[in-house]
Design a protein around this ligand. Structure first.
Ligand SMILES: NC(=O)c1ccc[n+]([C@@H]2O[C@H](COP(=O)([O-])OP(=O)(O)OC[C@H]3O[C@@H](n4cnc5c(N)ncnc54)[C@H](OP(=O)(O)O)[C@@H]3O)[C@@H](O)[C@H]2O)c1
Length: 243
């Protein structure tokens, strides 16, 4: 009889951002058996109490330590602060971008609201040595908190994920599933704009079919047409420059 293979250990998850989404995701992933490291913007002692109450079992560390010690890192901080993400420590890692542009928090920022570029593409450019997948961004934190169900439960809610590499999407899908949601692949990092604020899917708390349908409809929506037009203009400008 062949020897039983040990179950491969679950990856350690790092979460940058100890606010509403960061603490909910910590709870969900701890419940699924993952080791979770978490950081706010400052010293770990500043978040120790809140983590004790909201996500007991998660390990508060500095952002540098979380980025260095985790296998997969979830970005759950305000998007406008993306330049404070410890890029060097994230080299070689899968990074899950759960962030959104919210002008009330981030201020009016042309770089974060340009329809030619998804914000996850921007994060990918800032983290050139990491691989970025968009996930966990479109569902409100209350729905994330209340929605988890075991795989196979009828009506289980779904989370759209987008990225450029199959293996990374598979890893992100496993996390989404472990957190209690059906993962739905909606395209590449460039396509992830359809998960952002301004799209039908932003705020969606739907089962997989609903997420898939809304993703398919995106090009026909006002936002979809705006994005397509801006990208076509940019491609034309590029062609003229090259000629
Ligand atoms: N709220 C939602 O329902 C929801 C749902 C999906 C996705 N999101 C997205 O998730 C992100 C976080 O939203 P939130 O509502 O959780 O915000 P939040 O409650 O204000 O929490 C933000 C957290 O990020 C921390 N932070 C700031 N800069 C950091 C850095 N450089 N490194 C590590 N942590 C840092 C903050 O720490 P300090 O307190 O020390 O500054 C705080 O703990 C946003 O991009 C948002 O668009 C939100």
């Amino acid at each position: 009889m062949p020897e039983a293979q040990p179950t491969p250990a679950l990856p350690t998850i790092g979460i940058l951002g100890a606010g509403k989404v960061g603490t909910v995701l910590s709870r969900l992933l701890l419940a699924a058996g993952y080791r979770v490291l978490i950081a706010g913007s400052g010293s770990p002692t500043k978040i120790a109490l809140i983590i004790d109450v909201l996500a007991p079992g998660a390990v508060p560390l500095s952002a540098d330590e979380v980025a260095r010690d985790a296998d997969i890192v979830i970005l759950a901080l305000p998007l406008g602060k993306y330049r404070s993400i410890p890029a060097e420590q994230l080299a070689g890692k899968l990074v899950i971008d759960a962030m959104n542009y919210w002008w009330e928090i981030d201020g009016h920022r042309a770089d974060l609201s340009d329809p030619r570029t998804s914000t996850s593409e921007l994060i990918q450019s800032f983290l050139p040595d990491s691989r970025v997948v968009k996930a966990f961004n479109h569902m409100g934190y209350h729905d994330l908190d209340e929605g988890p169900r075991p795989e196979g439960t009828p009506g289980r809610k779904a989370i759209g994920i987008a990225g450029d590499y199959d293996a990374d999407l598979t890893a992100a899908a496993a996390l989404v599933n472990a957190a209690g949601f059906d993962p739905v692949r909606v395209g590449t990092l460039r396509d992830s704009i359809l998960l952002e604020p301004g799209s039908e899917l932003f705020g969606a708390n739907l089962p997989a079919e609903g997420v898939q349908d809304a993703a398919t409809r995106f090009p026909e929506t006002a936002r979809g047409r705006e994005v397509a037009a801006a990208r076509a203009d940019a491609d034309e400008d590029e062609d003229e420059d090259a000629a």
